[in-house]
Design a binder for this molecule. Structure first.
Ligand SMILES: *Cc1c(COP(=O)(O)O)cnc(C)c1O
Length: 396
């Protein structure tokens, strides 16, 4: 095929999306069961089944289903003891949801930079803040500058890869802070042989449409702490003290997941292990070519990690590659390939200007250079080869 006719055929290609669901298991069957039995709302057997399945998958004791991952984070932070006016250490390089959840409580984020190797929360940054900026007083920990109480650490396992959690856990124990994992992007990943979502005191998952499994929209809190699990259930169901008399002694939320969506979740969970291996295969297919391309650095996997490669992401060095990440994005877009940069680091978000100023140069650089490539479980080998062909074609 000559260049001109190849171009023609490229234009006719259908869009290759960044990440779309694969629904080829028992989704129809289980949802139909809900419709046939009338159990469509917030109570029903699939809710409990789904909670059990996810908790068991990460070897945790308890699961509490929620309407989305952000709601799960809001409740998990509250259950972990975070109160209005407190501070929570959080990765700056993340989708904004966990920082919003901190603010819902009226607490404040302390933004921690990413480390350059795997782009996750930097344990050194956590240590520097706790050691240099904080002070213990009356059995509690305070930020010396703001005077606020420091209450929890919220590492976000981004893009399917775990945070290096051992050194963070060690600090958490030393300073007596609970670790609340945002594991929404990394269901199925593991860290030193332990499942992500069972590395801290409490963790959150999301089943939004672009996540590794989906319920259309949904979330889950998992924990080994039975009291916390019960409290999370209580808070997500309007904090109802008496099911008959409707007595409430505190403010609750309606954050429940419906049986209908939990049914879909059960069907998706049956396919999760296969989805993880497919994502890993997609990543190795990409890396086989991209490892040798000057100016392109694929996301790597730590020796202590098993990543799901939820979104396969590369760094684009403008000098060595010839164009920057955003120009590459537009080039791929012209060929109907959907890609996406990483989020604006949240310490730069206008929404959080009143939370203080933070210096996070690694997150800033990753934001400038990163591009996530199409990573759907259902992507074909042919589509991957096409993405690679366009990506490595001469920049005009
Ligand atoms: C997807 C996601 C969430 C939760 O998202 P929901 O859409 O509310 O389910 C939270 N944190 C991160 C890092 C995410 O990527």
């Amino acid at each position: 095929m000559n260049m001109a006719s190849r171009r023609e055929s490229l234009i006719e290609r259908e869009l290759i999306p960044l990440s779309i669901p694969t629904l080829r298991g028992n989704e129809w069957k289980y949802i139909k069961e809900c419709l046939d039995t009338g159990w469509v709302s917030s109570v029903g057997p699939f809710v409990e089944q789904f909670e059990k399945k996810v908790a068991e998958f990460v070897n945790a004791g308890f699961g509490v289903a929620t309407m989305n991952g952000t709601a799960a984070l809001h409740i998990a932070l509250q259950v972990a003891g975070v109160e209005p006016g407190d501070e929570v250490l959080v990765s700056t390089l993340t989708f904004i949801a966990p920082v919003n959840a901190i603010r819902y409580i009226g607490a404040f984020p302390v933004f921690i930079d990413a480390e350059p190797s795997y782009w996750q929360m930097d344990p050194q940054g956590v240590q520097d803040f706790l050691k240099k900026e904080c002070q213990r007083r009356n059995g509690a920990l305070y930020n010396r500058k703001t005077g606020r109480r420091v209450r929890a650490i919220l590492p976000v396992h981004i893009l399917g890869h775990p945070v290096d959690l051992d050194p963070i856990q060690e600090l958490a124990r030393l300073y007596e802070l609970p670790v609340v994992e945002d594991a929404t992007e990394s269901l199925g990943a593991s860290y030193r042989g332990k499942m992500v979502g069972n590395l801290g005191e409490i963790a959150c998952f999301s089943f939004n449409g672009n996540k590794i499994i989906t319920t259309g929209g949904g979330g889950m809190i998992v924990t080994n702490n039975e009291k916390w699990a019960r409290r999370a259930k209580h808070l997500t169901t309007q904090a109802k003290d008496d099911p008959l008399e409707y007595v409430h002694s505190e403010i609750g939320y309606n954050y429940r997941l419906t049986n209908l969506l939990a049914a879909m979740g059960c069907a998706q969970m049956e396919q999760l292990t296969e989805f993880v291996s497919t994502k890993r295969r997609i990543a190795s297919t990409y890396s086989k070519v991209l490892d040798g391309v000057p100016g392109i650095t694929p996301m790597s996997e730590a020796t202590w990690a098993n990543s799901t490669f939820w979104l396969y992401t590369v760094l684009v060095d403008r000098e060595k590659f010839g164009i920057d990440s955003r120009t590459l994005l537009r080039k791929l877009e012209r060929c109907n390939i959907q890609t996406r940069p990483l989020w604006q680091p949240t310490h730069r978000s206008k929404a959080f200007v009143d939370c203080g100023s933070f210096d996070c140069p690694v997150a800033d650089r990753l934001n400038a250079e990163a591009l996530s490539l199409p990573s759907s479980v259902g992507i074909t080998e042919d589509d991957i080869q096409y993405v690679l062909e366009v990506l490595t074609s001469p920049n005009s």
